[in-house]
Design a protein around this ligand. Structure first.
Ligand code: SF4
Length: 195
């Protein structure tokens, strides 16, 4: 990865641009392969992520890793993961509009540096924070969005799948579309046991 990426990481790790800086333990910049062709974006770091400084390490993370495995994707090779805000909102509340606005420029720079072909948005906050605050995840999930010359797939957040297992089937249909698009755009020989 480039010096620019490391410089951005170092800048964000000392950031005090919003009030979340006063309650966080660790800035969670991102995780996975910074050269990946798939960039996954969620809402913000949870309790465990805040302690460890790594995205998606709790129950939702384990489920996400299972979904990735079913798709033939690994964090080490195929995906890079980050969030709309890089610091944990206390009590796992949704980040405020002010916090999102303060942090979003970092994410935009990150996306430019990773330069993925595909972006996956996990849940409503990621969808609304990156694309349009008026969009509803229940309406638009599973549909490709063209955003800044990149293809974006909004899907349910893994925590929603844990709360409501009925959402697992539609979520799987959405991830299947990602695998097919990955074969089309990146690697025609990409292996997935299930797709
Ligand atoms: S959430 Fe983002 S803008 Fe706010 S302090 Fe953390 S890194 Fe800075």
């Amino acid at each position: 990865m480039t010096d620019k990426f490391e410089n951005l990481k170092s800048e964000v790790s000392n950031c005090t641009k919003c009030s979340l800086s006063s309650t966080r333990n660790r800035v969670v910049f991102g995780g996975g392969n910074p050269d990946a062709e798939i960039f996954v974006i969620a809402e913000g770091p949870g309790y465990e992520e805040d302690l460890q400084g790594i995205p998606f390490v709790g129950k939702s993370g384990k489920l996400l890793d299972k979904i990735f495995a079913a798709c033939g994707f690994t964090r080490e090779q195929h995906v890079y993961i980050s969030n709309i805000v890089k610091c944990h909102p206390p009590g796992n509340r949704a980040p405020s509009k002010v916090e999102q606005a303060a942090c979003l420029p970092y994410l935009i720079k990150q996306i430019d540096l990773v330069d993925p072909k595909i972006i996956i948005l996990l849940g409503a906050t990621a969808l609304q924070g990156l694309i349009n605050p008026n969009l509803k995840i229940t309406k638009i999930r599973g549909e490709w969005i063209d955003w800044n010359n990149r293809l974006v797939m909004p899907v349910f957040h893994p925590s929603a799948l844990l709360r409501n297992p009925d959402l697992k089937r539609p979520a799987w249909e959405d991830f299947k579309k990602v695998v097919l698009k990955y074969r089309e755009l990146v690697d025609p020989g990409h292996y997935s046991k299930h797709i």
